[in-house]
Ligand binder design. Structure first.
Ligand SMILES: NC(=O)c1ccc[n+]([C@@H]2O[C@H](COP(=O)([O-])OP(=O)(O)OC[C@H]3O[C@@H](n4cnc5c(N)ncnc54)[C@H](O)[C@@H]3O)[C@@H](O)[C@H]2O)c1
Ligand SMILES: CC(C)[C@H](C(=O)O)[C@@H](O)C(=O)O
Ligand SMILES: [Mg+2]
Length: 355
């Protein structure tokens, strides 16, 4: 059979890391006998420039009809002044909603070769291996808001956080199932000392996890979690949390790994999955060929594993990344004297060769 993958390069470093990841994906798929047809689509600022809207209907239709979507990143200062409904970031939020992607898996793995790169103590981060399970289709991202174009000088704005019990149940189930395949611990993160949504979250998390007696559930307030993540990252196995807290904690956790350019993600629902690095369009380094493509490359590995049932090809990519890092190859974000510095494209080619 032939799988269909929609490719959305997006903006800034998006097209650079997606080109790199596609080379690696093609190599791993060819070696593993996985047939893939690719269709390139527009979203974000690139779509706004070409079609006048950040998420064209054709992109949504193609994504819905595909087996999976690989996305780079969207947004950037060029489009920051547009009306709220035209913001490039709306493309991501719209796509997640249209595809019903409620479970965002953000694995944070500290590769042995990179522990010394962390600004934290190498012995504190070495071996840390955390899976952040972020609720992706609800919460404050999608609640009602009062919003006006800043150009109209509004004097008030608000956002609303809503969570329902079924939304919380299904994401906690995802976390518990994932924990069963790992170290059987789930930390649910909320702000239940202040927020009503968090108090519901905590109650429903307890109730849901009771059906997984082999999994140990504990709770942390998000402010404490932010601190514990950098103090004692090895105490975490699976973290399950809401949309906004998951967004923030995953960028923080990238510091453990050494660079945000390393972290992949899978966004899953009942249809095609969306795979993207957790970083943004990095306008400060776009166009220089220095972006770290590994987050996007590992997202392609997650795509193979979760949407194309191609575990061996996914493993091959992850092993190649580990080997290339162990051999001392680094993009600019992780470069140190004595190691070998590679461009975005060179890093991708090195990983392809390793496969
Ligand atoms: N999924 C997405 O498309 C997504 C995610 C986050 C941010 N954004 C958008 O991206 C734009 C820029 O956001 P930001 O600057 O806050 O976050 P960012 O993640 O783009 O960049 C933060 C910092 O990390 C660095 N960085 C990011 N990716 C890197 C990589 N692969 N290799 C090396 N360094 C890397 C950047 O150079 C920058 O210094 C904004 O418009 C934002 O809304 C999009
Ligand atoms: C671009 C933005 C909408 C997005 C989010 O907040 O979900 C990003 O930060 C992410 O982490 O994927
Ligand atoms: Mg983010």
């Amino acid at each position: 059979m032939t799988y269909r993958v929609v490719v959305i390069p997006g903006d800034g470093i998006g097209p650079e890391v997606v080109a790199a990841a596609l080379g690696v994906l093609r190599k791993a798929a060819a070696k593993g006998g996985v047939n893939i047809e690719y269709e390139h689509c527009l979203a974000g600022g690139a779509a706004l420039d070409q079609c006048g809207e950040p998420l064209p209907a054709a992109t949504v239709a193609a994504a819905k009809a595909a087996d999976a979507v690989l996305l780079g990143a969207v947004g950037g200062p060029k489009w920051d002044g547009v009306a709220p409904h035209l913001r490039a970031e709306k493309a991501i939020l719209g796509l997640r909603k249209a595809l019903g992607l409620y479970a965002n898996l953000r694995p944070v793995r500290v590769w042995d070769a990179l522990a010394p790169h962390s600004p934290l103590k190498a012995e504190a981060v070495a071996g840390a291996d955390i899976l952040i399970v972020r609720e992706l289709s609800g919460g404050i991202y999608y609640g009602a808001r009062k919003e006006a174009h800043v150009a109209d000088a509004p004097d008030e704005a608000w956002d609303t956080e809503i969570y329902t019990a079924p939304e919380i149940e299904r994401i906690v189930r995802v976390a518990c199932r994932a924990a069963r395949l790992r170290r059987k611990r789930v930390t649910s993160v909320d702000k239940a000392n202040v927020l009503a949504t968090s108090r519901l979250w905590r109650t429903v998390a307890e109730r849901t996890a009771a059906a997984f007696p082999d999994v140990r559930l504990d709770h942390l307030y998000v402010d404490n979690c932010a601190m514990q993540l950098v103090l004692a990252p090895k105490n975490f196995d699976v973290i399950v949390t809401g949309n906004l807290f998951g967004d923030i904690l995953s960028d923080e956790a990238a510091v453990l790994a050494g660079s945000i350019g390393l972290l992949p993600s899978a966004s899953l629902g009942d249809g095609p999955g969306l795979y993207e690095p957790i970083h943004g369009s990095a306008p400060d380094i776009a166009g220089q060929g220095v972006a770290n493509p590994i987050g996007c490359i590992l997202s392609a590995a997650m795509l193979l594993r979760h949407s194309l049932d191609a575990k061996a090809a996914a493993d091959a990519i992850e092993q190649a990344v580990e080997a290339v890092l162990a051999e001392g190859y680094r993009t600019a974000d992780l470069y140190r004297p004595g190691l070998t510095r590679l461009s975005t494209e060179e890093m991708a080619r090195r990983i392809e060769e390793e496969i």
